[in-house]
Design a binder for this molecule. Structure first.
Ligand code: FES
Ligand SMILES: [Fe+2]
Length: 424
C-alpha cells in the first residue's frame, strides 16, 4: 500500500508535477513512424504528458512536434497545410518550421520584423525502432538518443504497434512487470483447474536485481530435469523488455513461431489515459521475421482484428471486453479473448487512477514494490538535482531478456549469462 500523497506523486504527469518532470528527462515514443508515412503528408494530433501537440513530417522527411495551437490567435494547427518545410496555419497563414521558427507571416507588412519575434513551442524528435521519439524536457539536459536494442533492429526483424489504454500509466506498467498474474489471469487452458493448487508451478523463485537502468527480474521455476528461466528488464521510466522462446514450456506452440524479444512501453497521454506501445523482434540478427511470424507476434501482442483505425480496442468496457462466461467456465481464466484485452479489462476496471492506499500487497508483489521504491527515490533525486537511472543509454544498451530451459546439472546463472546480452 501507498500513502495518498505518494500515489499522487507517482501518477500525475502534467507540466510541473514530480512524475511529469521525471518523464520529461527521457526520450519518449510520441507516435508510430507509420502514422507519418510521407513527406508533406497529413499532420497528426499527439497528446503527451497532458500537452496537446501536432506532429508532421516535413519536406526533408524530418518530423516536427509543435504546439497544437497557433501562437497568433490559437487556431488548431491540426488543420494546417504541410508544405515546403513547414506547417502553415490556415486561419491567417502564419507558417512554422519543425524547430518552431515562424518562417512566413503573410498577414503582416513585408518589412515587418514581427515574425522574427514569434515562435511556436516545438520539441526535438528522433526516429528509431519504428517509433518517433520526443524529448519534452529542458533543452540543456537532453540525453543521447534512445539505446534500446529495439532501435537497432531493422523493419524486417521487428513488429511495433500501439493501443489506447483508458487508465493511468502506472497501473498499466505495474500489470506488465507483475509476473504472477500471467500464469493465472492469462491462462487459456484451465482444464481441470488443478493448476490453481500447484504453488510451485505458479510461483517462481524470484531474483530481483536493482541495476543502474532500473531492475532485472528473473523467475526460476522447476520443470522436472530442467529449470525454466525467464528474465526481464524494466528500464526507466516505463520500458519493459521480456522474451518468449519457442512454444515449449507447457505453452501452446503458435504456428511457425520463432524465439523473440518483446515487450511494451507505457507512455502517459495524460493522468487518465496511456499509449501502450507493443514491440517484438527476432532474437537473431541473421533471422528476419517472415510475414507469418510477424503476424503471430502481431496477434499475440494484441493487434490482429482487435484495434480500430485509431488504435482503440474494439473489445472495451462498453462491451465488457467481449467476455464469454461459458468459455470462462470451461476454458480460460477470464473468458476474454487476447492477452492485451485481458490486461485492459482488469487494469481499466481498477478506475482511472487506482487507489493504492487500499491495497494489500503479498510476497509476489516484490517487483511492484521495488518499482515504486525506485520511482519514488528517483523523484527525490530529481528534486535534489542528482543523476537519474537510464538517462545514459550506455547503462542499458547491451541488455536483453531471456526465456530458456536450463538443464538442472548446470548453474542457471552461468548458463544464461550470454543470453542476457543484446545481439543487435
Ligand atoms: S490563428 Fe494561426 S495565423 Fe492566425
Ligand atoms: Fe498481463
Amino acid at each position: 500500500m501507498l500513502s495518498h500523497a505518494d500515489n499522487e506523486r507517482l501518477t500525475r504527469v502534467g507540466p510541473g508535477t514530480p512524475m511529469g518532470n521525471l518523464f520529461r528527462r527521457y526520450w519518449l515514443p510520441a507516435l508510430l513512424a507509420e502514422e507519418l508515412p510521407e513527406r508533406d503528408g497529413a499532420p497528426v494530433r499527439v497528446r503527451l504528458l497532458g500537452e496537446d501537440l501536432v506532429a508532421f513530417r516535413d519536406s526533408d522527411g524530418a518530423v516536427g512536434l509543435i504546439s497544437a495551437y497557433c501562437p497568433h490567435r490559437r487556431a488548431p494547427m491540426f488543420f494546417g497545410r504541410n508544405e515546403e518545410c513547414g506547417l502553415r496555419c490556415v486561419y491567417h497563414g502564419w507558417k512554422f518550421d519543425r524547430n518552431g521558427a515562424c518562417v512566413d507571416m503573410p498577414s503582416e507588412p513585408p518589412d515587418s520584423l514581427f515574425k522574427t519575434k514569434v515562435t511556436i513551442d516545438a520539441y526535438p524528435t528522433w526516429e528509431g525502432g519504428g517509433l518517433i521519439w520526443a524529448y519534452l524536457g529542458p533543452p540543456e539536459l537532453r540525453p543521447e538518443p534512445p539505446g534500446h536494442e529495439l532501435v537497432r533492429t531493422t523493419p524486417e526483424h521487428r513488429y511495433v504497434s500501439k493501443s489506447l489504454e483508458d487508465c493511468n500509466f502506472l497501473q498499466a506498467l505495474e500489470g506488465g512487470i507483475d509476473p504472477t498474474h500471467a500464469t493465472i489471469m492469462h491462462n487459456g487452458n484451465i482444464g481441470d483447474r488443478t493448476f490453481l493448487n500447484d504453488y510451485d508451478k505458479l510461483v517462481a523463485e524470484l531474483n530481483l536485481d536493482r541495476t543502474d537502468y532500473g531492475f532485472t527480474y528473473t523467475g526460476v521455476r522447476p520443470r522436472g530435469t530442467h529449470t525454466w528461466v525467464r528474465g526481464y528488464h524494466w528500464i526507466m521510466p516505463s520500458f519493459h523488455m521480456r522474451a518468449r522462446a519457442e512454444g515449449n514450456f507447457g505453452r501452446k506452440k503458435d504456428h511457425d513461431e520463432i524465439p523473440t524479444i518483446d515487450g511494451h512501453i507505457w507512455i502517459p497521454i495524460d493522468d487518465e489515459q496511456t499509449w501502450v506501445y507493443n514491440f517484438g523482434y527476432s532474437h537473431d540478427p541473421a533471422q528476419p521475421l517472415s510475414r507469418e511470424q510477424a503476424h503471430v507476434i502481431e496477434t499475440r501482442l494484441g493487434r490482429g482484428d482487435y484495434l480500430d483505425a485509431n488504435y482503440v480496442s474494439r473489445l472495451n468496457r462498453t462491451n465488457d471486453y467481449g467476455i464469454d462466461r461459458r468459455r470462462q467456465k470451461t476454458q480460460s481464466m477470464t473468458g476474454i479473448e487476447g492477452i492485451n484485452t485481458q490486461d485492459f479489462a482488469l487494469q481499466e476496471g481498477m478506475g482511472a487512477i487506482v487507489d493504492r492506499s487500499k491495497e494489500h500487497l503479498g510476497t509476489t508483489d516484490r517487483a511492484i514494490i521495488t518499482l515504486r521504491q525506485i520511482l519514488l527515490e528517483s523523484l527525490d533525486t530529481l528534486e535534489r538535482g542528482g543523476g537519474l537511472r537510464a538517462i545514459d543509454p550506455a547503462t542499458y544498451r547491451n541488455v536483453r531478456s531471456i526465456d530458456r530451459m536450463v538443464d538442472n546439472t548446470l548453474d542457471w546463472r552461468l548458463a544464461t549469462k550470454e543470453d542476457f546480452v543484446a545481439k543487435f
